[in-house]
Design a protein around this ligand. Structure first.
Ligand SMILES: [Zn+2]
Length: 128
């Protein structure tokens, strides 16, 4: 009973802290709402594109292997993310065959470019 009351109180406090933070962000940045809407629309478009390209189940074992491997582009072991070799926006599927480990820096630099485009734009890219 008491623990439920404490949990409810915690939920109320968390919600009000979250709301206060959103209000603070809105006041600090007049374009906050526009940016939030644009981000949500981008996420929706990306999700739909991903679904229409094809989504395959990726096992926990495969994910563990992916995230424990070094960056395929530079060899770094820091901030490993899953990179879609053929970007979702260019028709790539969300499957193990299209995912490689990439550090955050390489993943952000590659963005939604194909490997050939990325290599052409960055002469120092070396794929291991
Ligand atoms: Zn890298």
């Amino acid at each position: 009973m008491v623990s439920q009351l404490l949990k409810d109180l915690e939920d109320v406090l968390c919600t009000s802290i979250k709301n206060a933070e959103i209000k603070k962000n809105r006041l600090a940045d007049p374009d906050y709402c526009k940016k939030a809407v644009a981000l949500r629309e981008y996420a929706n478009v990306r999700r739909l594109k991903k679904l229409s390209n094809g989504v395959f189940i990726i096992s926990a074992k495969e994910l563990k292997k992916l995230y424990s491997s070094p960056c395929i582009y530079c060899g770094s072991k820091n901030s490993i993310q899953a990179d879609h070799v053929i970007p979702i926006s260019k028709g790539g599927v969300h499957s193990v065959g299209n995912l490689v480990p990439a550090c955050r820096k390489c993943n952000q630099s590659k963005s939604n470019k194909l490997l050939s485009q990325w290599k052409r734009d960055n002469k120092n890219v070396f794929i291991r």
